[in-house]
Write a protein that binds this ligand. Structure first.
Ligand code: GTP
Ligand code: MG
Length: 177
């Protein structure tokens, strides 16, 4: 096995516009939240160091634009990703229906060695508005039908379950690396 000082892990967040991708990243990295909506243009990343299995790893978290539907990012952007986070909005059930398309697009572009084993984390966000997603059981079974997929319901606003979700992202990314 390769030995190195610190794992550097690439994570990509995908999902429809307005579901809270940027807000989740800001809550996780900066513990900040804003009610103001500013659509992301292109893609940008933040990093956070996190300990997994007593190892310090650096997560490089790429936030993307839901509006652009991956059009402008290109294959190079997705290559080398160690985990993909798929976000929907529990108050807008149609955004859950897009998860399949986002997952397929990721797999097509990133083209990891084993598509069925690639780690995804699905997040249903905005539980501060609606405590439980109507799509909870649909999403659970979608996740278990897809292999290596975990599911969390979070609030980027009050921080609920955000740490747990990204801890799992880090864990899965490290296993993938
Ligand atoms: P794009 O950049 O267009 O793809 O959207 P996005 O997925 O990055 O969404 P963003 O994080 O910008 O959030 C959209 C709106 O939802 C903003 O007004 C946020 O304040 C709000 N929002 C995000 N997460 C939450 C949440 O957990 N609870 C509540 N109440 N509002 C949220
Ligand atoms: Mg955004």
């Amino acid at each position: 096995m390769e030995t190195r000082k610190r794992a550097f892990l690439k994570v990509i967040i995908l999902g429809d516009s307005g579901v809270g991708k940027t807000s989740l990243m800001n809550q996780y990295v900066n513990r900040r939240f804003s009610n103001e909506y500013k659509a992301t243009i292109g893609a940008d990343f933040l990093t956070r160091d996190v300990t997994v299995d007593n190892k310090l790893v650096t997560l490089q978290i790429w936030d993307t634009a839901g509006q652009e539907r991956f059009a402008s990012l290109g294959v190079a952007f997705y290559r080398g990703a160690d985990c993909c986070v798929l976000v929907y909005d529990v108050t807008a059930p149609n955004t859950m229906d897009s998860l399949d398309a986002w997952r397929n697009e990721f797999l097509e572009q990133a083209d990891p060695l084993h598509h069925d084993e690639f780690p995804f984390v699905v997040i249903g966000n905005k539980t501060d508005i609606q405590a439980k997603s109507e799509k909870n059981s649909v999403t659970q079974s979608w996740c278990s039908g897809k292999g290596n997929v975990s599911y969390f319901e979070t609030s980027a606003k009050n921080g609920s379950r955000v740490e747990e979700a990204f801890q799992t992202v880090a864990q899965k990314a490290l296993e993938q690396d």
